[in-house]
Design a protein around this ligand. Structure first.
Ligand SMILES: NC(=O)c1ccc[n+]([C@@H]2O[C@H](COP(=O)([O-])OP(=O)(O)OC[C@H]3O[C@@H](n4cnc5c(N)ncnc54)[C@H](O)[C@@H]3O)[C@@H](O)[C@H]2O)c1
Length: 352
């Protein structure tokens, strides 16, 4: 079978990992070109990965005829426009989370995807993480009965530098970080969030209030079917990159996490536990690889993506409700938009 020609847009920390995976570990794909608004960075990564072409942006990347698919890993606020342009050029797309940082941009992007009849996958890689996949299988098999409570937390080890907030290119905590848990909240519970209330703080970093961001949040969830949930996010845990999720059901509970069997665990800057990862790139090493393999496989075999544009929109709707609840300090309903409908059958794309 012919290989899938892929171009990667934005090769910072995340895009470079995707590019490395495609170049070295996905034999069904060919990494055709690397693009970054920082042309030197694009050239450097292309040289390192022995990729011939480097481009200074999306327009140049889209001119490469042997590219079927574009992987978008630019900062959050550029995703939706890149999706629109790549779709209009007939490319299949794997877009990092979030799909967009507001609903209007998300709908415009999804409309462009529907109009062009291309495929869009969103980078919710936790759905490919072996422990989460195992948890989902047990839930689907009915082993914990009816899910009643969803609990999830995501703690980054080190707070981003102030310059990251000043640049304004990424969405606030709910869009950039908590959105992974909002996606898990839908996927693992197999239900939609109807209402939520967010509690936030800028403690330890009051300067970031001027950029509309927070350092930590707790979001309480109410599901349509009657279940409840709670999601915690924090940008500076110091002791490690800590992600845990528990679903408590009528017949038992399932926990994805990394704490040892100890009555009390002390976690500090020295790291508290041998099993805790230091960074998302190491914690989710397998997941990033599996998501890109699945994307390539599904396109080559003409199958729809497993994590869809609608998944991107639904998680974004929860993030928007959380931001509104944070701003207005009250519970808010999660509004659901109608998905733009495809006018064509899905395109086959180009193989190289
Ligand atoms: N799925 C995950 O677990 C995960 C983890 C980290 C980051 N991300 C997402 O990946 C995206 C990138 O994050 P990152 O940490 O790699 O950021 P980064 O700042 O390290 O890299 C971004 C890169 O994009 C380039 N860039 C900026 N604007 C561009 C444009 N308009 N066109 C082309 N290139 C452009 C920058 O020069 C830079 O090289 C973000 O949306 C982030 O939310 C996802």
């Amino acid at each position: 079978m012919a290989k899938l020609g892929v171009g990667v847009l934005g090769v910072g920390e995340m895009g470079k990992r995707h590019a490395e995976n495609i170049r070295r570990l996905v034999p069904q794909a060919r990494l055709v070109a690397i693009a970054d608004v920082a042309a030197d960075r694009a050239r450097q990564v292309a040289d390192e990965l022995e990729v011939e072409r480097s481009c200074k942006g999306l327009e140049e990347l889209l001119e490469c005829k042997d590219i079927d698919s574009v992987l978008i890993a630019t900062p959050d606020k550029f995703h939706a426009e890149a999706v629109q342009k790549a779709a209009a050029a007939g490319k299949n797309i794997l877009c990092e989370k979030p799909l967009a940082t507001n609903i209007a941009d998300a709908i415009a992007a999804l409309k462009a995807v529907a109009d062009a009849g291309v495929r869009l996958q969103i980078g919710f890689m936790r759905r490919y993480d072996p422990p989460y996949v195992a948890a989902m299988k047990r839930i689907e098999a009915g082993e914990i009965g009816e899910p009643v409570i969803f609990k999830s937390l995501g703690r980054d080890k080190d707070v981003p530098p102030l310059s990251a907030y000043e640049s304004g290119v990424n969405g606030m905590l709910f869009y950039n970080n908590t959105i992974h848990d909002f996606d898990l909240a839908r996927w693992l519970m197999r239900d939609e969030v109807a209402e939520l209330q967010a509690y936030t703080t800028v403690a330890i970093r009051p300067q970031i209030a001027q950029y509309g961001d927070v350092v930590a949040s707790l979001v309480n969830l109410k599901y349509r079917g009657g279940a409840i949930g709670n999601v915690e996010s924090y940008v500076q845990s110091i002791y490690g990159y800590d992600v845990r999720t528990e679903i408590i059901g009528s017949k038992g509970s399932i926990f994805v996490g990394s704490l040892d069997k100890m009555p009390a665990t002390f976690l500090s800057s020295g790291g508290g536990s041998k099993v805790l990862a230091d960074h998302f790139l190491s914690r989710f090493y397998d997941a990033y690889l599996e998501e890109v393999r699945d994307f390539v496989d599904n396109i080559l075999h003409d199958r729809p993506p497993r994590v869809t544009g609608e998944d991107g929109l639904r998680a974004l709707e929860i993030a928007v409700a959380a931001e509104n609840s944070h701003l207005n300090q009250e519970p808010v309903p999660v509004k659901t938009e109608v998905m733009p409908v495809a006018r064509h059958s899905v395109a086959q794309g180009t193989r190289s």
